[in-house]
Write a protein that binds this ligand. Structure first.
Ligand SMILES: *Cc1c(COP(=O)(O)O)cnc(C)c1O
Length: 471
């Protein structure tokens, strides 16, 4: 009907969405201009509206004939975006904030415009090459050997799950090869303080979780792990992996990586480190000793969208021996044969996803632009801010530290406050546009926590938030 190439193509309604027109160019300028403004770091904190409130403020947006880009963009800009909390706002201190560098954010736009299939070398060689350079750098910082490698997966939940799937596959293969029987239920050991995504992984894998109680300091030690394993009916023979957390989300605590890693080796258990938030701290020379033993890991994750300053969403998942992960994750299908029959690096072979955005490229671009030194400095600066905040808290009679900050999470209480008072204060702080600090809990008691990963969350920003806790 038509020839290839723009000249011969009639402007039918089927092609009109894909071909550029003066109107679409104008819309592109407005979208880029919106993005430019949004990246200026002067966005308000904003707060969510209820479904009912949103329904009264915006018309039906999905219609047979479309609203036109201008109108749709206005609805986003005026109503939808302001009803999303800006997780890069310096006052955003809940959960783990997001604080992408300008370079990383701008490159996310480039990735979006580039239509790169990041699942295979054949299609995305250049992108995969650059991503792998970043993964190798992270692996060497953690102390893994040069053969280590992996993939940028979607997030820590998928990263943990993928690593544990590889771990079980490996345990199963080893037992089968040596003629031993397989346990009726496999088990993963981790600290009772470990992230909820490990329970999710266990559920998805249909294995059990062995949450090991921790001592008062919240750290999982070799000793407690050993007694928990020994207390199992079969002495822990059905455990195939142990997960240590390097930076708990709630308090930023780091498990005894050295002791746990050594025990895992003695018992031939897969040693996985969940460093989604905290492992980035290993890049700071002063913090590095806290991560002693990390080099023993069979696999680790760290989320660049947390303390490595990239936009949502990315998880660096690295294996000591990627060939093990390959055997667990490589997908086989006739239409994939051409991808399989080469020895090249296909990222889809290392996690449970096939099609993949080249989501490591924003970090690559930012690192290539700024160099690793600036990263170390920015991470160190946020850890120093956490120390400064904890000094202010120590000097304030109505505030009490829950623990000395290990990394960049400061957990504290307002003396004498009930859960209700915390909630009321938190709501008021958000609606006033000053900060977002949701109450958390520790050993059944309500606490407040500042998760400081944004270099713009300086003491000057945080002190006024502490001041509001006076009354
Ligand atoms: C955030 C976090 C996760 C989950 O990562 P997502 O990217 O949110 O899926 C897992 N473990 C720890 C320790 C985390 O802090």
């Amino acid at each position: 009907m038509t020839q290839n190439g723009d000249e011969g193509l009639p402007d039918t309604s089927a092609t009109s969405m894909h071909r550029q027109s003066p109107e679409s160019r104008a819309l592109l300028e407005r979208v880029l201009s919106y993005s430019r403004d949004r990246m200026a770091h002067n966005q308000p904190l904003d707060a969510p509206l209820s479904p009912e409130e949103l329904a009264t403020r915006i018309p039906q947006t999905i219609t047979p004939d479309g609203l036109g880009g201008d109108k749709a963009l206005r609805i986003f800009e005026n109503t939808l975006a302001p009803s999303c909390i800006s997780s890069d706002h310096p006052g955003f201190l809940s959960f783990i904030p997001n604080a992408a560098t300008e370079a990383a954010t701008m490159f996310d736009l480039v990735v979006s415009a580039s239509s790169i299939y990041g699942g295979s070398w054949m299609e995305g060689a250049g992108a995969v090459y650059a991503e792998n350079e970043v993964l190798r750098w992270l692996a060497s910082e953690v102390g893994l050997p040069p053969g280590a490698g992996g993939v940028f997966a979607q997030g820590g939940t998928i990263g943990n799950l993928s690593a544990l799937v590889a771990a079980r596959h490996s345990a199963q293969a080893k037992r089968t090869a040596s003629g031993r029987s397989l346990p009726s239920r496999w088990m993963i050991a981790c600290s009772s303080e470990a992230h909820s995504s490990l329970r999710t992984a266990a559920t998805v894998m249909d294995v059990d979780l062995l949450p090991v109680p921790v001592a008062n300091d919240g750290q999982l030690t070799r000793k407690s792990l050993e007694s928990a394993l020994n207390a199992q009916p079969d002495g822990g023979a059905n455990v195939f992996a142990v997960v240590a957390t390097a930076g708990t989300t709630n308090l930023g605590l780091i498990d005894d990586l050295e002791g746990i890693g050594a025990l895992a080796e003695e018992r031939d258990l897969w040693f996985h480190i969940d460093g989604a938030y905290g492992l980035a701290g290993i890049l700071v020379p002063e913090l590095k000793p806290l991560f002693r033993g990390a080099e023993r890991a069979d696999s680790f994750i760290v989320d660049p969208h947390k303390w490595l300053f990239t936009p949502f969403d990315a998880c660096a998942l690295v294996y000591r021996d990627p060939s093990i992960a390959y055997r667990a994750h490589s997908q086989h299908a006739e239409y994939l044969d051409t991808l399989e029959n080469d020895a090249l690096w296909n990222p889809s072979d290392y996690s449970i996803q096939l099609t993949r955005r080249a989501r490591g490229l924003p970090l690559w671009f930012s690192l290539a632009t700024h160099g690793t030194k600036k990263y170390r400095e920015a991470i160190a600066a946020t850890a120093e801010t956490a120390q400064a905040v904890s000094r202010v808290i120590r000097e304030t009679p109505h505030l009490e530290l829950v623990a000395e900050p290990t990394l960049s999470v400061v957990a504290f209480t307002r003396v004498g406050w009930s859960a209700e008072q915390y909630n009321h204060w938190s709501q008021k702080l958000l609606t006033s546009g000053v900060g977002f600090v949701t109450p958390s809990s520790h050993r059944g008691k309500p606490i407040l926590r500042f998760a400081i990963i944004n270099p713009l969350s300086t003491l000057d920003v945080l002190r006024p938030i502490l001041d509001t806790l006076a009354d």
